[in-house]
Design a protein around this ligand. Structure first.
Ligand SMILES: Cc1cc2nc3c(=O)[nH]c(=O)nc-3n(C[C@H](O)[C@H](O)[C@H](O)COP(=O)(O)O)c2cc1C
Ligand code: SF4
Ligand code: SF4
Length: 436
């Protein structure tokens, strides 16, 4: 059986699956049951500064997007950081860490952006025996209007400054949790590194309105007739998060910076994708909130089985393997030519591929041949765009097949086995200029 254990910044956990800072990690009762179920670690629900606890709304705090089978695809929340007393949280963290020494215990913190506030809370967190801290520069609602959360994460100079304070006043490893509500994720990641942070984690939630209630014309969730934007998470955000992780993993300035991947992780496969993009651990929130703590058992078993099948003994054997294959568009091989192929035995003749290709692509799929419904790709029209594959309801019914020799019937040009990209293409005015 594959070894799933991780050592992230010197913090050991039996597997890479950590619960992200959120309701599942809000109290000892939850965290202990999560550990019993098999989670490798937790990031405790974000602590605020000492004083009167944070106040949450008393009505609905979630909105959602569902697939046609009512499976949850995206979750939106307007919850704030922990609304439990700081003392109680610190006491529970201490007790839980003592009882579960082999699990990773990270404490998420969000206090006002001034040195005294950070200086005051850091030793108290350190005294709990926790393994590390995560700086919540991500929440896009509620706390950001008070100058915390995403409003810090959107200003690289602030990130650097707070990371420096944390390194100065605390001996624990510092993970900076990044907000995706920014144009270019590389800048905050670089700032975290410049501030001495040991790692970044991403993503926190995406600013969102998931829906408008058309009876009372207000965003969901609605509180007494009004709604505000919330933070979006769940399976729908995974593509955005993966891209941001990849950007950091391949950026010359942040390459090698440890990353804890977050966003839409629901299966072992999702986790493996994050690890392949360089992540050392992964964090999960929505999947645990949807399916319960035991979902980790499918994740660890699935990951372990896949690693056995592939011959990977440890996570390091495939960690980061996808990073060199992420490139910019201009470096893609323009001589790589594919055509769609329909497996007639699998085709149920629904016609979706024809409609998609006919109306919005390249009119390359038949619908009637000799008076009968028949769906077949015309290679002389097919540009290989892959749209039909994505709309076909039958798995593997349409596949993309590479042409390796002969002539492309669409262009009449011979297949060129050599790699050639846009940077040297004759239609590229910049390439022409460079050649002149
Ligand atoms: C209800 C709720 C509350 C959250 N609270 C926090 C929080 O206090 N601190 C934090 O850093 N992230 C918080 N998050 C964000 C999650 O930790 C995580 O970054 C995000 O949900 C993306 O992961 P997911 O797609 O697995 O849910 C919260 C998310 C949800 C749904
Ligand atoms: S790959 Fe694109 S162009 Fe070719 S058949 Fe499918 S949808 Fe049409
Ligand atoms: S979408 Fe798929 S199943 Fe439907 S007609 Fe096209 S190939 Fe056949």
């Amino acid at each position: 059986m594959a070894d799933l254990s991780t050592n992230f910044l010197g913090i050991k956990s039996p597997n890479p699956f950590w619960l992200a800072s959120a309701p599942p990690t809000d109290k000892a009762y939850n965290v202990e049951r999560a550990f019993e179920a098999g989670w490798g670690g937790v990031v405790w629900k974000t602590l605020g500064e000492a004083g009167p606890p944070v106040v949450n709304v008393n009505g609905p705090r979630y909105g959602a997007i569902w697939g046609p089978d009512r499976r949850l695809l995206g979750l939106n929340n307007i919850e704030l950081i922990t609304d439990r007393d700081l003392e109680i949280n610190l006491r529970e963290i201490t007790e839980v860490k003592k009882r579960w020494p082999d699990r990773a215990m990270i404490v998420s913190i969000m206090v006002p952006c001034d040195e005294q506030s950070w200086k005051a809370i850091l030793p108290r967190v350190e005294d709990t025996g926790a393994d590390g801290i995560e700086l919540n520069f991500g929440c896009p609602h509620g706390m950001s209007e008070r100058g915390m959360g995403a409003s810090v994460g959107q200003v690289p100079e602030y990130i650097q400054m707070v990371a420096e304070w944390c390194k100065q006043y605390c001996r624990l490893p510092v993970i900076v949790k990044l907000t995706p509500n920014i144009t270019d994720i590389r800048y905050p990641a670089r700032a975290a590194k410049a501030g001495g942070a040991d790692a970044v984690s991403l993503i926190n939630t995406i600013s969102s309105i998931v829906s408008i209630d058309l009876d009372n014309f207000a965003p969901m969730p609605t509180i007494d007739g009004k709604g505000s934007h919330g933070g979006y998470c769940g399976p729908a955000v995974k593509p955005i998060a993966l891209n941001m992780v990849a950007e950091i993993a391949r950026d010359a300035e942040t390459r090698g910076l440890p990353i804890s991947g977050i966003g839409g992780i629901q299966t072992w496969r999702d986790a493996a994708e994050y690890i392949a993009l360089g992540c050392g651990t992964v964090q999960v929130c929505t999947a645990a909130m949807t399916y319960g703590f035991k979902i980790v058992q499918e994740m660890t078993q699935g990951l372990s089985d896949w690693m056995d099948e592939k011959g990977y003994a440890t996570l390091a054997d495939f960690q980061g393997r996808a990073v060199p294959n992420v490139t910019d568009w201009q470096h893609l091989n323009l001589n790589y030519i594919t055509k769609a192929k329909i497996d007639q035995d699998l085709c149920i003749k629904c016609g979706r591929c024809h409609i998609a290709c006919e109306d919005t692509s390249h009119q390359a799929i038949t619908s009637m041949v000799d008076g009968v419904r028949h769906f077949e790709v015309m290679d002389d029209e097919c540009v290989g765009c892959n749209l039909c594959v994505n709309v076909c309801p039958v798995d593997d019914c349409i596949t993309m097949v590479e042409m390796t020799e002969g002539t492309d019937p669409r262009t009449g040009r011979p297949i060129d086995p050599d790699y050639a990209n846009w940077t040297t293409h004759p239609n590229n005015p910049m390439a022409k200029q460079a050649a002149e």
